[in-house]
Design a protein around this ligand. Structure first.
Ligand code: URA
Length: 444
C-alpha cells in the first residue's frame, strides 16, 4: 500500500482499516517507511483522531510489532502500573518494589522522558550500570527471582513504540489520546501482565490539561484493557504542580530512596500508596484498596520496599554503592538558588514550566539522540500551600551548563505564584475509573 495515500486518507478524516494501519506501522518498524512520512501520519492522527476500533487495531499492531512475553509459568497475578506522564513523577520507582515486597509480581516496561515529562527509564539509567535493555530470558528470570523487573522497549519488544515514541517526542504529536493509548497499552500487553492500574494525570504538567480529556483518555485505556482481556482500573490525579520535591533523573532517584527510608513527601507518597493499594487488590493480596494501601505503608516502614529496590538494582547491573551512599554521586558543575521576591503563600507551581526548565538544564531531550545529564534538574524547596518570606529559597537548579542555568533561572522563578491569602487546597486524587464508570475518590 502507498503510505502517501494512507497519510492523505487520515488527513482527510478517513478511518484506516487493520490492513492499512498494519502496512504503515510494520513498514515503519522495518525501515521501508521513513521518519518524515511517519511524522506526517502522526500529525494527521493528532488532528483527525482515531475511533475506538481504529485505536484497538493500532494497539494490536504495535503489540505484535515484536515479541509478546508469556509469564504464565511465573506464579501469581502479575500487576503493573502506568502513568500517562507528569513532572517529578517518580512513583514507579517506589511503587514497583513496594508492591513486589507485598507479594504481587510486577513486570514493567516503561518509557523515556517525553516532551516536558520525565521517563522511568532515564531515571533508572541514572543509576550507574543499571540495564533497562534485558533480554526476554533475563527479564523473566529477574521477575521470577526478585518479583519485580523494569525495562524499556527494545528491537524485540514493542519496537513500534520504541520508534514512534521517540518520533512523537520531537514532532509535537504527544498529546493525542489514540497515540498515547497505543503507546501505553502496547507496552503493557507485550510485557505479559495480567492486570493494570493507570495513573491518568490532569493539569498543567500533564498531556491532558483538562479533566474532561483525562477522563476520556482513562475511559479509552480501560476499554482497551477490557478488549484485550486485562482487568484495568484508573485514577485521575493532579499534575498542576510537580509531584514530590525533585525534578531530574538522579535527584528523583535520591528522593525515592529517602521515601523508602521513611521520609514523608506527602503528595508523592499518597499517590504511591493508593496506586499500590489498588495493585494489591487486583493481585489478590488485599480485599480492598484501603487494606492494600495499609500493607504498602507497612512495606515502606519496615524497610522491605527499599530492600526489594536494592535487589532489583543489583540484579539489573546497577551499582548499589550509590543507592547506599547517594552523596558519593558526581555533583553538577553549577547550581543556583531561586529566592522569593515577595512574602505569602505559594498558590501555584507551574509544572509545565518546571518540566521544560528541567529538560533545558539537561534532564530531558530536545532532539531524538540528545544525551541526558543524569545530575541535572530542580530541587523544590517550597510546595503549594507553603508559606514563604522574601529572600527565602524557592528552588535550587543544577546543571553542568552555566549559560543555560542563567537563562532558565527567570523561567523557574516565574513558575511560582505567591498569594497574600492562603488558597483552597485542591484534591490530589480526583476520581477512580473502572469498567462500570467514574466514581469520586474520597481518600483512604
Ligand atoms: N506514556 C507512554 O508510555 N506513552 C505515551 O504516549 C505517554 C505516556
Amino acid at each position: 500500500m502507498n503510505p502517501l495515500e494512507l497519510i492523505r486518507k487520515k488527513r482527510n478524516r478517513g478511518t484506516l482499516s487493520y490492513e492499512e494501519l498494519n502496512s504503515l506501522i510494520t513498514g515503519y518498524v522495518d525501515g521501508r517507511i521513513p521518519d518524515y512520512q511517519m511524522a506526517a501520519f502522526l500529525m494527521a492522527v493528532y488532528f483527525q483522531k482515531m475511533d475506538f476500533e481504529e485505536t484497538a487495531h493500532l494497539v494490536d499492531i504495535m503489540v505484535h510489532s515484536g515479541k509478546v512475553i508469556d509469564l504464565s509459568l511465573i506464579p501469581g497475578i502479575k500487576v503493573d502500573k502506568h502513568s500517562t506522564g507528569g513532572v517529578g513523577d517518580k512513583v514507579s520507582l517506589i511503587l514497583a518494589p513496594m508492591v513486589a515486597a507485598c507479594g504481587v509480581p510486577v513486570p514493567m516496561i516503561s518509557g523515556r522522558g517525553l516532551g516536558h515529562t520525565g521517563g522511568t527509564l532515564d531515571k533508572l539509567e541514572s543509576i550507574p550500570g543499571f540495564r533497562t535493555n534485558l533480554s526476554i530470558e533475563e527479564y523473566k528470570s529477574v521477575l521470577r527471582d526478585v518479583g519485580v523487573v523494569m525495562i524499556g522497549q527494545t528491537d524485540d519488544l514493542v519496537p513500534a513504540d520504541k520508534k514512534m515514541y521517540a518520533l512523537r517526542d520531537v514532532t509535537a504529536t504527544v498529546e493525542c489520546i489514540p497515540l498515547i493509548a497505543g503507546s501505553i497499552m502496547s507496552k503493557k500487553l507485550a510485557e505479559g501482565m495480567d492486570a493494570l492500574v493507570l495513573d491518568v494525570k490532569t493539569g498543567r504538567g500533564a498531556f491532558m490539561h483538562s479533566e474532561a480529556d483525562a477522563i476520556e483518555l482513562a475511559k479509552t485505556l480501560i476499554a482497551l484493557g477490557e478488549r484485550f482481556g486485562k482487568k484495568t482500573i484508573g485514577f485521575i490525579t493532579d499534575m498542576n504542580q510537580p509531584l514530590g520535591c525533585t525534578v531530574g533523573n538522579w535527584l528523583e532517584v535520591v528522593e525515592c530512596i529517602e521515601c523508602m527510608q521513611g521520609k514523608d513527601v506527602p503528595d508523592l507518597m499518597e499517590v504511591t500508596y493508593v496506586l499500590g493499594g489498588a495493585m494489591l487488590m487486583l493481585g489478590g493480596k488485599a480485599k480492598t484498596i484501603d487494606e492494600g494501601t495499609n500493607r504498602c505503608r507497612e512495606a515502606v516502614h519496615n524497610g522491605k520496599a527499599l530492600q526489594k529496590f536494592k535487589e532489583m538494582v543489583k540484579r539489573q547491573g546497577g551499582q548499589l554503592s550509590y543507592i547506599e551512599k547517594p552523596a558519593s554521586y558526581p555533583q553538577s558543575k553549577h547550581c543556583v538558588e531561586i529566592t522569593s521576591t515577595s512574602s505569602g503563600d505559594i498558590d501555584n507551581i507551574d509544572a509545565l514550566e518546571i518540566g521544560f526548565a528541567s529538560a533545558l538544564l539537561g534532564a530531558g531531550r530536545m532532539k531524538v539522540n540528545d544525551a541526558i545529564d543524569p545530575k541535572a534538574g530542580i530541587l523544590l524547596k517550597k510546595k503549594v500551600g507553603d508559606t514563604v518570606q522574601i529572600g527565602e529559597t524557592l528552588a535550587v537548579l543544577y546543571s553542568d551548563n552555566e549559560n543555560v542555568l542563567n537563562n532558565v533561572k527567570h523561567r523557574v522563578a516565574m513558575a511560582f505564584s505567591i498569594a497574600t491569602e492562603p488558597s483552597a487546597e485542591s484534591p490530589l486524587i480526583h476520581a477512580i475509573i473502572d469498567e462500570l464508570g467514574i466514581h469520586p475518590w474520597h481518600g483512604t
